[in-house]
Design a protein around this ligand. Structure first.
Ligand SMILES: [Zn+2]
Length: 600
């Protein structure tokens, strides 16, 4: 195993905003996070982090890279040390070099193998055993289609303390591995027993489709209704969402994802061929999960149970979305229904209709609080108090003023009073914040843009390709690469060309991997993190202008070289050579006049 495998695991698992956020305070600004650079002294933030792709860049001092580069630079570590440090900090098991780590990797693989084996076992129990009958009936009652049950490899854990354990012994599998994978529980005296008993089993897979955990629904009313695998070396609850891989795939076109609370709610969507949906795993939503959703979507539609508990859970999650500046909306299911009920009785068509009526969750929370107002002045204070933990931390001026106006109008108070009341008191549910005024004042400061002020044509071309991957092919087919002078930019362009085959699935991470050298990598991080307000057509115009100017620059240089060669040939009386050179000169003139009239 090589360090590269370890690096891949680290980069997938470590949230760059989480890591850097522990070193310097970061705030979301558009699709980036910004803060004061930890690598040079500054008063206004020029340090940016791209959470989606896992890069950082400082426009002040030029430091840039990924989680590993950051760790090496900040803690002054070597590459291998940085790997170990991050693995340690985030409780990850790394397939590193060396015998110990080979051991660890083998154990992880063995855990995947026993989890898969358990998955097969539960599957067989569901389909072929006498004891699985109740579970089969339950599935029928919930009208889960056969192909969904198959595709998700649903299963049944029999009602006994040691059936899976006996199966392990029978197959010669090490029960200790089953303990590590969360399948068995160790009793006080050291004896083992099955964790899941008499439960319908939902396998939970990681990004690569490997089973890492299970959720088990009780079939006999015993508590808890849902029992999940514990945290293990391969399963991290707060960083996992049920069916995230399928949702990521489905969100490529429309960056909007539905979030539900339950396994069955989610599968009801899959059963109707709707895959832009993920589910929390029976625990409160975490900030990391919200960032995970932001990677694949620009809007999250919460569809929780239409009861007081579901509403409460949604409002509790609101600050996480506001903090991440990720649009969050919700729909009104008929009272008392859950998404599963609704889809079964009304169908996906009705759901999509309902989606058209979705509302901003902040406004829903305000209306909810206002509906409890008793009309008294004291009651006004209570309404604001109720809203304070939800809205008190909103720093985005447009969102905030909208919310404040809504509350002020309804309570017949001045906006100023409402704003101050919301800002005072306890800090928001997402933790202490700095005063809103300083946050936005800083954010509006343009980054110190010394670096990008004098961009070469190469740099502009590469920047435009990074910003709009659909343009990559236009540059590639124009054949201007040979005219590139700067080697880092050239290597980025080459890496982009290699990635061009599926521009809709353009993955900056894999381009980054192809780059050789820190300079190219830092530069690429910078290009990714620069502001990108220009639209595609404008960028296309600039692109062709810059390609033309590259050709012109190239022509000027070639003409100078030719001129020297012509003089040399004349001096030597080499007429054959002279003629050849003059022909070449002519062709350069042709290219020049073409590019000057704007014809490509
Ligand atoms: Zn810096």
């Amino acid at each position: 195993m090589t360090n590269a495998d370890g690096a891949a695991i680290i980069k997938q698992a470590v949230d760059i905003v989480d890591l850097i956020g522990q070193v310097v305070p970061l705030r979301r600004a558009g699709r980036r996070h910004v803060g004061l650079c930890p690598f040079h002294k500054e008063k206004t933030p020029s340090f940016s982090v791209d959470a989606e792709n896992g890069f950082f860049y400082c426009f002040g001092c030029g430091a840039g890279g990924d989680v590993l580069t950051f760790t090496m630079k900040h803690w002054n570590l070597t590459f291998s040390e940085a790997l170990r440090y991050l693995a340690d900090r985030y409780n990850l098991t790394l397939p590193e070099t060396g015998r110990d780590n080979e051991q660890v990797r083998k154990e992880r693989d063995a855990m995947f193998a026993v989890l898969d084996e358990a998955c097969d076992f539960f599957y067989r129990e569901l389909h072929h055993s006498e004891s699985g009958k109740a579970a089969r009936e339950y599935i029928k009652k919930r009208s889960l289609p056969e192909n969904t049950v198959e595709r998700q490899r649903l299963g049944y854990a029999p009602n006994a303390w040691d059936v899976l354990l006996r199966h392990f012994r029978h197959r010669g599998l090490d029960p200790r591995l089953g303990v590590k994978a969360g399948l068995f529980v160790e009793a006080a005296k050291g004896s083992l027993y099955d964790r899941f008993r008499n439960r319908l089993m939902f396998p939970i897979a990681d990004d690569r489709g490997r089973v890492v955990a299970f959720g088990g629904r009780s079939l006999d009313g015993s508590e808890p209704k849902y029992l999940n695998s514990p945290e293990t070396a391969v399963y991290h609850k707060g960083r996992t969402l049920y069916q995230f891989a399928a949702a990521r795939e489905a969100c490529r076109e429309l960056r909007q994802v539905v979030l539900v609370e339950g396994y069955l709610d989610l599968l009801a969507f899959h059963a109707q061929d709707f895959y832009r949906v993920a589910a929390t795993l029976g625990t409160a939503l975490t900030a990391t999960q919200v960032r995970l959703l932001h990677r694949i979507a620009d809007e999250v539609v919460l569809v929780y149970d239409a009861d007081p508990a579901g509403r409460k859970a949604m409002f509790r999650a609101l600050p996480l979305f506001l903090d991440e500046e990720l649009a969050v909306t919700t729909v009104d299911l008929p009272s008392g229904m859950d998404p599963d009920d609704f889809l079964k009785s009304e169908g996906i068509g009705a759901f999509e209709k309902l989606m058209e009526t979705r509302r901003d969750l902040g406004s829903v929370a305000i209306d909810d609080a206002l509906s409890s107002w008793d009309g008294t002045s004291v009651g006004k204070g209570r309404v604001i108090q109720q809203l304070q933990p939800i809205l008190g931390g909103v720093s985005h001026p447009v969102l905030r003023s909208g919310y404040v106006r809504r509350v002020a109008e309804r309570l017949a108070l001045s906006e100023d009073v409402v704003d101050r009341q919301l800002a005072s008191g306890k800090a928001g549910a997402s933790g202490p914040r700095r005063p809103e005024s300083t946050r936005w004042a800083e954010r509006m400061q343009p980054p110190s843009t010394g670096v990008q002020a004098v961009a070469s044509p190469e740099e502009t071309l590469v920047r435009l390709m990074v910003r709009h991957p659909v343009l990559i092919d236009e540059v590639r087919t124009a054949g201007v690469l040979e005219r590139f002078a700067a080697s880092s930019l050239r290597s980025i362009a080459e890496a982009l060309f290699q990635a061009v085959d599926r521009p809709e699935a353009f993955d900056p991470r894999s381009v980054y991997e192809r780059l050789a050298g820190d300079e190219a990598r830092a530069l690429f991080s910078r290009l990714l993190l620069e502001d990108d307000t220009d639209d595609l057509e404008f960028c296309r115009l600039v692109l062709h202008e810059r390609m033309a100017s590259l050709r012109r620059r190239d022509a000027v240089q070639r003409r100078a070289a030719l001129q020297a060669a012509i003089e040399e040939a004349e001096k030597n009386g080499d007429f054959a050579r002279l003629q050849e050179l003059l022909r070449e000169m002519q062709s350069i003139h042709k290219v020049e006049s073409r590019t000057q009239t704007g014809i490509r």
